[in-house]
Ligand binder design. Structure first.
Ligand SMILES: Nc1ncnc2c1ncn2[C@@H]1O[C@H](COP(=O)(O)OP(=O)(O)OP(=O)(O)O)[C@@H](O)[C@H]1O
Length: 257
């Protein structure tokens, strides 16, 4: 039944000038789950993510959030419904402090106007909430540090804080551990585990160890289509998944040889 699924796609398809990057994908994300979208390079993960977050319009198919079609809606409309994507580092303002970045994010869902800024009490409230969010992601000590001066892993944590500022019911995370060293990866894994409590998370992730530690359910994409689905033990034992990954590694080796 649709009810159990907070996010669903039906026949989701994206073609780029005749090339099918996403091919008839039926994704079902259960409420409360941490769900991963994995697959070898070029599998279509980013394209699916961009379709879900409205950065791209689908060629065909439907996206439902809480049983309601959201296919034609804008990113800010679905954010107001509680479906929020993480913002890439490029969306975080480097020459503002961590605190200022969270404050900017806090203003987004409120549709800030000058009236809003006039109220000292609202401003205080905003500051309190910003500090709370920084604390939640372990960045209390970075409140007054310029974002450009923060270590990479901490910037990614700040992205999580700015996402939380939108008060999401469901978070869409795009490769949250990409480019990180082991220590930062562990920290982000813990952070995602913590912020996922009482929420649903869908993440695109390359790091299979992260996926195995965090995720309740995994969808494996290959050549734009769903290849396998299940928990980590199930999909990692699937010979088709192994073959898809090995095939892509072999192709990569060939390309770099
Ligand atoms: N704007 C575009 N125009 C044409 N082809 C595209 C476009 N975006 C993606 N593609 C193609 O669609 C396919 C899927 O790409 P996508 O980036 O979604 O894969 P991915 O699984 O995210 O890969 P990676 O792990 O390498 O990031 C690739 O073959 C890619 O070249």
């Amino acid at each position: 039944m649709t009810q159990d699924f907070i996010l669903e796609t039906r026949g989701l398809t994206k073609e780029f000038r005749g090339f099918t990057a996403v091919d008839d994908v039926n994704l079902q994300v259960q409420e409360g789950h941490i769900h991963a979208l994995i697959g070898p390079n070029g599998a279509g993960k980013t394209t699916v993510f961009n379709l879900l977050t409205k950065f791209l319009p689908p060629t065909r198919g439907e996206i439902l959030y809480r049983g309601q079609p959201i296919t034609g809606m804008k990113a800010n409309e679905i954010a107001r419904m509680g479906l929020v994507r993480s913002f890439q580092i490029s969306a975080v303002f480097g020459h503002m402090t961590a605190m200022e970045n969270v404050r900017v994010a806090l203003q987004r869902p409120m549709g800030t106007s000058f009236h809003f800024w006039k109220s000292e009490r609202t401003l205080d409230h905003l500051n309190d909430r910003a500090i709370e969010l920084l604390e939640e992601v372990g960045l209390r000590d970075y409140a007054d540090v310029l974002t450009v001066e923060m270590p990479y892993g901490r910037k990614r944590a700040l992205e999580v804080a700015t996402t939380l500022a939108m008060d999401p019911t469901m978070m869409l995370l795009d490769e949250p551990t990409q480019g990180m060293g082991a220590e930062d990866v562990d920290r982000i894994v813990e952070l995602i585990r913590r912020v996922a409590r009482g929420r649903t998370v869908l993440m695109v992730e390359h790091n299979l160890s992260v996926v195995s530690r965090l995720c309740d359910r995994i969808t494996v994409l290959a050549r734009g289509a769903v290849l396998a689905e299940g928990d980590y033990a199930t999909v990692s034992a699937d010979p088709r998944v192994k073959e898809a990954y090995m095939g892509s590694e072999a192709a990569e080796e060939e390309a770099t040889a």
